[in-house]
Write a protein that binds this ligand. Sequence first.
Ligand code: SAM
Length: 267
Amino acid sequence: MTPPETITSLQNARIKAIRALAERGERAAAGRFVAEGVANFDSARRAGWTPVSVVHQADGLDPSEAELLTWASSAGADLLPATPAVLVKLTGRTNPPRLLGVFPRRSEPLPAKAEVRPDALWLALEGVRDPGNLGTIVRTADAFGVAGVILVGACVDPTAPVAVQAAMGSLFQVRLTVATDAGFADWLTAWQGAVVGTHLAAAHDIRQLKPSGPVLLLMGSEGAGLSQQLMARCTILTRIPQRAEVDSLNLAIATGIALYALRAARL
Ligand code: SAM
């Protein structure tokens, strides 16, 4: 079989289509997103995801990159060799990764009762807007063994380039659900466990939490915090102690602290 020709131009139709995936609407329409570099490919492979296509530097791959390329090809991915200049333009980086994969987007359904283990910690984020925060949270949730992350309402796209980059491969490992406000509220009625909401003004100190049974941790949005509707559904509202002079903690930092508080004893 003749090897595919090296792509040298950004005007190549396949490259143009991949470049367009930087836009949320295009990702939604195509049902695909881009993840770059060895860490993402490794993680995708471990989690059973396969790329649809891979743009890769035509020469000079190191052995681990070449091995990942062989895996992707044998899993059915189209290989698109390109010049370094095309990879620079495609990624917008002066020192781009030599592998870039186009992956199918997935969203898992809200978990059924039988899927919620008695000791599980689930995380729901209401209206998260910042892709860097979301990616960092997905990475942290993966590190602390969270069973799944649920995005509630108008949230940033977890497959946005900045989110994918910040998640550092964890996007492939963590069970992610995108839910509407109404769908989540409905599902919550059948939740059998604690619902722990976080709020700056709560009287309860998170260090006193003694979670037992399944726990659902709720985090509010960067701007407005948790909505009144979701606060009303919490079995407890808790606060991470901080100096009053500081407005609040960054959402990703607060999530990391809350997850640690709920999970530390098991790590
Ligand atoms: N203006 C918002 C408010 O008053 O709720 C601040 C939102 S804060 C940037 C984003 C989210 O991080 C909050 O909804 C909450 O879930 C969490 N958070 C931040 N600081 C916190 C703290 N000290 N204690 C508990 N949760 C906190």
